[in-house]
Design a protein around this ligand. Structure first.
Ligand code: SF4
Ligand code: SF4
Length: 116
């Protein structure tokens, strides 16, 4: 399984335009070594300067949203898409994940990618 295959199991959020509230509340998102490597590679390729989290603000958030959107880690993709990670603005995808689906995604994530 590739990590993109896992990401594809998570429904897309249709966020409020220019909203970055959740990216400013939770600091740097948790990620596996593979996700970190994908982010570093993307930053290099796109010539984006690496920065550090400030307070609760993620280092990758900009006024226009996430600067690493194509390679954002799993936890960012789950936010709002699953009942255990509700969007503070009440946005939900058309088919939110139920608890069993979320648990299966975490199981696959940890079993395939925790040490990678
Ligand atoms: S998930 Fe909710 S809080 Fe986060 S950016 Fe989207 S709309 Fe805003
Ligand atoms: S990586 Fe992107 S989506 Fe995730 S918290 Fe940071 S800015 Fe938001």
């Amino acid at each position: 399984m590739e990590i993109q295959d896992l990401y594809a199991l998570i429904p897309e959020m249709q966020c409020i335009p220019n909203c970055t509230i959740c990216c400013r509340e939770f600091g740097i998102p948790s990620r596996t070594p593979l996700e970190e490597a994908r982010i570093r590679e993307y930053l290099d390729r796109e010539k984006i300067k690496f920065s550090y989290a400030s307070g609760t603000t993620c280092p990758y958030v900009t006024e226009r949203g996430c600067s690493i959107y194509p390679v954002r880690p799993l936890i960012c993709r789950l936010y709002g898409a699953s009942k255990n990670y509700p969007c503070v603005k009440g946005v939900v995808p058309l088919s939110p994940l139920d608890e069993d689906q979320e648990a299966e995604i975490f199981h696959l994530y940890l079993s395939h990618f925790r040490g990678t």
